[in-house]
Each structure stands twice: as structure tokens, then as C-alpha cells.
Design a protein around this ligand. Structure first.
Ligand code: ADP
Ligand code: MG
Length: 387
């Protein structure tokens, strides 16, 4: 068990908290403030407990001087100020006199947001390579380190792993909740346990499949992913997306787990025609799963005790191809099935289709959650002190 936020006394202590404030910004305007709002719980706890709070976060990627101009955390500072009932300061630099002065003047309950940690990536990738000098420098600014940035926990960076190796450390409430919920659904003994996989690229997901297929009773496959499996069964999939490098992989999986893997029997093509899987022609492009498949998938999901969704069933960004994905969410909601949503686009589809409050857990960390579902441990959580 990792130390959590409640395991330390913070009075008068300088606490460095790594948050994930990497929100989408368009022309200086924050278009989705979910990540800021989700970070408030841990920040408010530290404020209540009289810490001097230093926030580190990245924003986007910094590869050029132009990126430095456009990827400042300043708009996030302005937003954060509105939500926190205390003095909030902003250091325009990620190291040096100005930052050190702010830190030395911080009073208990006050907050300092430091500029984008990835400014240190230009030109030498110091943050992303977990440079030891940078890690030591940042660690020297604080007494305790808290990792509440779940979304970057699969990365070994100076602002998470680097500092945690040096200071006493804990996970924040966000990280604690994510891990607890994913562990819970993975390790519970209830069955049937059903995995729904979809989305675009099978190559991104083979390790997730390898790990979960052993634990689950059913693997329902839709999205673009199903066409590589159908091709492996020698079906004509027309011009649908196929990952030729993974046909062999799919074939082996089908041989070994034929009972568990459930593939679409019909699809909707780009021209909005419903087609049985055996009747696809050379110009067909599958964009969603069809009505018969919806029924088959629903019947399995209704009987399931826990479900993990990783990838949408169709091109959900377009209204005409939302049905398959929506049908799954509606079935799970109506039948009150314990459901975990993993994957960035899956989470986006849940929000877009109006199911943001319908499930056991919608994970906020795309890449981190995928790695966790692959059965890997997350380095920025591993490194945190045990209880
Ligand atoms: P996640 O982020 O949830 O892991 P992915 O990134 O694997 O999901 O895939 C999401 C994308 O897959 C979406 O943009 C969606 O439009 C696309 N997609 C789903 N089904 C199809 C399809 N049949 N053809 C092409 N793209 C598809
Ligand atoms: Mg994605």
C-alpha cells in the first residue's frame, strides 16, 4: 500500500504536488476544465492542513521556441485562482531566483503554481528524461512530494519519479481513487466478466488484450479493430481499416480463445447501409456495428457482473455512427452493470453521448490506464513510499 495524502502532517511544510493540469486550451481559452476541477480535492486538503503548496504540472509538449510561447500555464493559473480560496501565485520560470523567492515567501495555506515543467524539455529534454540535476533542484524546493497526476504516471519524468526518489512521498486523492477503482474491478471475483474492445488501432491494444483475455469470460470486439479479426477469418472486409501486421496475432487469439471472442455479425458501412458480415463487398468501409450485433452484445452485457470498455464501437464523432457505442452504454446503464471506462476516446464518447454520470468509473488517464490494464505497474506510483 502506498502512502496517501492523509499519511503526513503538513503544517508549515513545503509540499510539492505534481498535478495534471494539462487541459485543452484554444487561443488562450480553456475549453474543458475537468482536470483543474478534479485536482481541487487534494489541493484543498493541503490548504486546510496548512501546507505551503508548490504545484508542478506539464502542458502539452515543448519541442520548439514557438511551443514555449503558446504552452504557458498562465491561463490555468487564472482559472485556478477562481477555484481556490487562498492566495495563489505564479512563477514564470521553472528554476532560478524568481521561483526561489516565491517559494521562500510562501505562507501556510498559500499556493504557488510553477510554469510548465516541460519548458525544461527545450532544448535538452531534461524533464522528460528525468534529469537528475533538475530532479534534485526541484526536490530542494520542498519537504514532501505528492503525486496526484495520474495521467502521467506511466512516464518517468523529473517532476514525478525524479522528485519522488528524493523526498518523502505520497499519492494524492485522484491517483488513489483511480488505482483503487481499477484494482477493484480487475480483481473482484464476480463473473461473467466482460471486456469490450474497439477503437482504431489494434497495435496499441494487443498487450491489453493479452492481459485481460485470461481474466475475462467474454471479449466483445467492435470499432475498426474487429476488421483485422474478421480478415484473419478470411472474410472480405472491403476497405475497412485493417492492421496487416496483426492478422497473425488475431488468428492465434481466435484459435486459442474461440469461445470467449465475440465478433460483429453485421456492420453499418460508410454509406449508412446495414450489411451482414458475409456480404461485404470490396468497396465497403465499416463505420459502426450493426443492429444484430447490438442485440448479441446487449444480451451478453446484461448478464455480466463487471465490464471494462476500451475503445468505441464506431466512428462516434459522427452522429450516424454513434448507435453501436450508445447501445452499449445504454444497456450497461439500464441494467446497472459495474463498468469501468478506460481510454481517452472512450471517455470522450461517454461524455459526448451523455453518460458521464452513469458508470462505476470513467478513468481520466488514457495512456496510463492502458498500461495499467496491460498489467504493467506505473513508475510514478511505484516510486512512492509504502505505508
Ligand atoms: P481509446 O482512446 O478509447 O483507447 P482509440 O484511440 O483506440 O480509443 O480509438 C478511438 C477512435 O476510433 C475514434 O476516433 C473513432 O472514430 C475510431 N473508430 C471507431 N470505430 C471505427 C471504424 N469502424 N473505422 C474507423 N475508425 C473507427
Ligand atoms: Mg485514443
Amino acid at each position: 500500500m502506498k502512502k496517501t495524502l492523509t499519511d503526513y502532517n503538513y503544517t508549515n511544510k513545503k509540499v510539492i504536488i505534481r498535478c495534471d493540469l494539462n487541459v485543452p486550451i484554444n487561443n488562450g481559452i480553456i475549453t474543458d476544465d475537468t482536470r483543474i476541477k478534479e485536482s481541487l480535492e487534494s489541493l484543498n486538503y493541503l490548504i486546510e492542513h496548512k501546507a505551503k503548496i508548490i504545484i508542478l504540472s506539464h502542458l502539452g509538449k515543448i519541442k520548439t521556441e514557438e511551443d514555449i510561447k503558446t504552452q504557458s500555464l498562465y491561463p490555468i493559473y487564472l482559472e485556478l485562482k477562481k477555484h481556490l480560496n487562498t492566495n495563489v501565485y505564479f512563477s514564470k520560470t521553472t528554476r532560478g531566483k524568481e521561483l526561489e523567492l516565491y517559494v521562500s515567501k510562501l505562507k501556510p495555506k498559500e499556493v504557488l503554481l510553477v510554469e510548465n515543467t516541460r519548458y525544461e524539455d527545450y532544448p535538452n529534454n531534461l524533464e522528460s528524461n528525468c534529469d537528475s540535476c533538475l530532479s534534485k533542484y526541484w526536490a530542494s524546493l520542498g519537504d514532501i512530494f505528492v503525486n496526484d497526476a495520474y495521467g502521467t504516471s506511466h512516464r518517468i519524468h523529473a517532476s514525478n519519479v525524479g522528485i519522488a526518489k528524493i523526498l518523502p512521498s505520497a499519492i494524492g486523492f485522484l491517483v488513489e481513487r483511480e488505482i483503487a477503482k481499477i484494482d477493484n474491478i480487475l480483481n473482484e471475483s464476480t463473473h461473467p466478466f466482460t471486456i469490450v474492445m474497439g477503437g482504431k488501432k489494434i497495435s496499441d491494444k494487443t498487450m491489453v488484450i493479452d492481459n485481460l483475455i485470461q481474466k475475462c469470460d467474454y471479449l466483445l470486439i467492435g470499432g475498426a479493430m474487429c476488421y483485422t479479426f474478421l480478415k484473419a477469418m478470411n472474410k472480405n472486409v472491403g476497405l475497412s481499416i485493417v492492421d496487416n501486421d496483426n492478422i497473425d496475432y488475431c488468428q492465434k487469439l481466435l484459435d486459442k480463445y474461440s469461445q470467449k471472442i465475440i465478433l460483429p455479425v453485421d456492420i453499418i458501412n460508410k454509406k449508412l447501409e446495414v450489411k451482414d458480415i458475409d456480404n461485404l463487398t470490396d468497396d465497403d468501409i465499416g463505420y459502426d456495428i450493426g443492429p444484430k450485433t447490438n442485440l448479441i452484445f446487449s444480451n451478453i452485457l446484461k448478464e455480466s457482473k463487471r465490464v471494462i470498455i476500451n475503445g468505441p464501437m464506431g466512428v462516434f464523432e459522427e452522429k450516424e455512427f454513434q448507435n453501436g457505442t450508445k447501445n452499449i452504454y445504454q444497456t450497461l446503464k439500464e441494467n446497472n452493470i459495474k463498468t469501468l471506462i478506460g481510454g481517452g476516446d472512450s471517455a470522450a464518447s461517454v461524455n459526448l453521448l451523455g453518460y458521464s454520470n452513469s458508470f462505476y468509473h470513467i478513468s481520466t488517464g488514457g495512456g496510463a490506464t492502458l498500461e495499467y490494464l496491460e498489467g504493467k505497474s506505473l513508475p510514478a506510483i511505484d516510486v512512492i513510499n509504502d505505508k
